[in-house]
Ligand binder design. Sequence first.
Ligand SMILES: Nc1ncnc2c1ncn2[C@@H]1O[C@H](COP(=O)(O)OP(=O)(O)OP(=O)(O)O)[C@@H](O)[C@H]1O
Ligand SMILES: [Mg+2]
Length: 255
Amino acid sequence: MHRKNLFLMNNVCKSFSVSAGNKPLNVLEDITLQIGEGEIVALIGPSGCGKSTIIKIAAGFEKADKGSIVFCGDAVTAPSPQRGVVFQSAVLFPWLTVSQNIAYGLKLKRLNRTLIDEKCAEFISIVGLTGFEHYYPHQLSGGMQQRVAIARVLIMQPKMLLMDEPFASLDAQTRILMQQLLLSISVRLNPAVLFVTHDVEEALILADRIYVMSKLPGSVIRKIGVPFLKPRPISLMGDYEFIKLKQEILSLLFN
Ligand SMILES: Nc1ncnc2c1ncn2[C@@H]1O[C@H](COP(=O)(O)OP(=O)(O)OP(=O)(O)O)[C@@H](O)[C@H]1O
Ligand SMILES: [Mg+2]
């Protein structure tokens, strides 16, 4: 299926200079990737190869030294609520309840109170937190906190989600539930998703395409189309094709 490219990163290079006199560290070399509407693209690669740097550049938090970043036809120059970012650990306001955390962005937009309440209830239900509206973050489990963080981003109805190892700190079972939640959100809301992970199985369950990166300086060493139809039940992990692709990616990562 051909889907309109919503996000394009073309020939992006990035280096960091930490102190005067030291040689700059070459972090990203010629990164090119495209993400269409409703597509999930996974980035996988060794620690320190520049995955989070790609997320930060895509979000508009960092500038590329070279290359172009285009979102909805316009150059990315600054962060935008249209590109919602979810990090490894939920960054919530501890003094606000689940509802208040999730409603925060809409309140800043000064939307009408009833509309905010309706939207808030809708997104709380999408992430399965109905009944926990009045809980504070410290009263929630790690997985629940991460669902609040996801709902808080989703309520702004971003065209794109930038997810930097969002499920890495969760236990194995919650992680599987969260992966299935993301797949259902993807079908329901159709955002373009750039998803960073260290977990090959997670990449294969979620992604339409996987970009495998090299060690520092990070470059894309292989682009792999993931052929499995959606929905993707957890039992897919036992299929021969799944295991074959997993081995192929592992051998790229460990060679
Ligand atoms: N603001 C910065 N200033 C200097 N160096 C930086 C900065 N941000 C990242 N780096 C360097 O860039 C390299 C890549 O970092 P990055 O966080 O993108 O890696 P990563 O692939 O996300 O790693 P991990 O898998 O461990 O999260 C690292 O060597 C890091 O030290
Ligand atoms: Mg990282």
